[in-house]
Design a protein around this ligand. Structure first.
Ligand SMILES: Nc1nc2c(c(=O)[nH]1)N(C=O)[C@@H](CNc1ccc(C(=O)N[C@@H](CCC(=O)O)C(=O)O)cc1)CN2
Ligand SMILES: Nc1nc2c(ncn2[C@@H]2O[C@H](COP(=O)(O)OP(=O)(O)OP(=O)(O)O)[C@@H](O)[C@H]2O)c(=O)[nH]1
Ligand SMILES: [Mg+2]
Length: 446
């Protein structure tokens, strides 16, 4: 799974800061620390202040050295940390010395990978660590910290226990006569199945709503050409990001910019107007809008209040109706001009113009994102976790019919599949390739 080399990497950011940390893990860690510091009586977990020397005996720095004696370290191996003066020059010099004394540079995620294989962390914790490093908002950090603390691990273990209970009893009832079993055992199993189904689908729903907390929520502006989409984007960003003109078709490509709304970091997406120039292009336009709507957490759909409602507007309104599960805010824009849009075509709209305060619109977006964010339900934080839960739910659903008809071998088969899927969230049975890909996406030095 991995070689037994001693690995070294900078643990801190690759830039100027007051302190940098170089971390070494493996059997030679202590010996390397001894050579660099000329000290050899490290007490585990006690910071030791020492000068550091290179192999020519020239002084490099004054640093704190931390020694973690195996197995009581992050990786489960002997770990030594040099907390040296910041910047990258000193850290790189320490790394060079460690390489001379037999260490090699760690691969991305290798410290975490070793922690996983030494049973110090499970995959949920590894994923939480990896995402926390990249988190951009306090909301995201809090969500991830819950998983770091083991919330998903407990969730998985509870479901595993229930599934194992079911398997145990089906095994027994396949082998033994019914009268030897508690009479309500199948009722118990059915109840457990129903509870698991609810638990899994609630978790999937909450996770879907919160997807944007980690990746950044997407708010998309759609509408036909010239309705004022880019003008609204600029107002939301508070600077002139997009080019604006009275020529329809000014914005050719999708523009994405980050901005903070309330506690949320969001990506605002300004799209090219949905055009009706020819059938082919119109089709592309509509397809693009459908895609935009699908990918967005909130959609702001603009209509031009200074023009009469035409077929293009009606197409967009139709699209909105078809996506009633999406949060779509309808805006009658350019309401400062003479109103010509027939309002019988549209419900629940906000009248707006560039001359007006957009705070009510921002508040509305914030409210929607708040409701997507908050709540006590647990969330999954990666596609991998979501697909494992989906697979578990799929197999649980398939197990119901054979349970009802007494085909216990089939029931046991689906429960076994479900057990495998749910277990893979914390610890897959055998899947080295997946693990390589996953840990390979981690930050260097993590
Ligand atoms: N300097 C430093 N800070 C750090 C880390 C690190 O590796 N080094 N971490 C790295 O991610 C995080 C803290 N995570 C850690 C997790 C476990 C152990 C550890 O030594 N575990 C031992 C002992 C447990 C105990 O005493 O309770 C063990 O699990 O056996 C250390 C750090 C964040 N801050
Ligand atoms: N009177 C008035 N004019 C507006 C308003 N919003 C935008 N405009 C004008 O409408 C024209 C088109 O604005 P844009 O923001 O470029 O429109 P768009 O929807 O991005 O257009 P495309 O990129 O071509 O799809 C510009 O001349 C804007 O100044 C508004 O609320 N009131
Ligand atoms: Mg535009």
């Amino acid at each position: 799974m991995f070689d037994d080399a001693t690995i070294v990497a900078i643990a801190t950011a690759n830039g100027i800061g007051s302190i940098s940390i170089v971390r070494i893990s493996g059997v030679n860690a202590l010996e390397i620390a001894t050579k660099i510091s000329k000290k050899n009586n490290f007490t585990p977990r006690l910071a030791t202040l020492s000068y550091l020397y290179d192999s020519n005996n020239e002084i490099i720095d004054e640093a704190l050295i931390l020694y973690f004696k195996a197995p009581f370290s992050f990786t489960g191996e002997d770990v030594v940390e040099f907390q040296c003066h910041g910047g990258i020059a000193i850290a790189n010099m320490i790394i060079d010395e460690a390489l001379k004394y037999g260490a090699r540079i760690a691969n991305p995620g290798e410290f975490s990978k070793r922690a996983f294989f030494n049973n110090k962390i499970d995959l949920t914790k590894a994923e939480a660590i990896s995402k926390i490093i990249e988190a951009r908002s306090a909301d995201a950090v809090k969500l991830l910290a819950r998983q770091l603390k083991g919330e998903l691990t407990s969730f998985v273990n509870e479901i595993r226990e229930d599934l194992l209970f079911m398997l145990a009893y089906t095994e027994v009832s396949i082998d033994y006569a019914e009268e030897d079993l508690p009479s309500d055992i199948f009722e118990q199993i059915k109840n457990k199945i129903e509870k698991i189904k609810i638990k899994l689908s609630n978790t999937l729903d909450a996770s879907k709503r919160r997807e944007g907390m980690i990746e950044g929520f997407k708010v998309a502006i759609i509408g036909k050409p010239n309705v004022g989409k880019s003008s609204l984007l600029n107002k939301l960003l508070n600077y002139d990001r997009a080019i604006i003109s009275d020529i329809a078709g000014t914005t050719r490509d999708t523009i994405e910019e980050s901005v903070k709304i309330g506690t949320h970091i969001i990506k605002i997406v300004d799209t090219a107007g949905i055009r009706n120039a020819s059938d082919v292009i119109e089709k592309i336009g509509i397809e693009k809008s459908i895609q935009t709507i699908n990918e967005a957490d909130v959609v702001i759909a603009l209509f031009d209040n200074s023009k009469i409602c035409d077929d293009e507007d009606r197409k967009i309104l139709e699209l909105i109706d078809e996506n009633s599960n999406k949060e779509i805010i309808k805006i009658l824009n350019k309401s400062d001009l003479e109103n010509r849009f027939d309002k019988s075509n549209i419900t629940d709209f906000i009248e707006l113009s560039t001359k007006e305060d957009i705070n009510p619109l921002i508040k509305k977006v914030e409210q929607i994102l708040d409701s997507n964010t908050f709540g006590d339900e647990m969330s999954l934080i990666s596609k991998r976790q979501v697909s494992s839960v989906e697979k578990t739910l799929y197999n649980i659903n398939l197990s119901v019919q054979p349970l009802n008809s007494g085909e216990l071998e089939f029931f046991a088969h689906f429960i076994t599949e479900a057990l495998e899927s749910i277990s893979s969230i914390t610890r897959p049975y055998e899947n080295d390739e997946m693990l390589d890909v996953m840990f390979g996406e981690f930050c260097l030095g993590k």
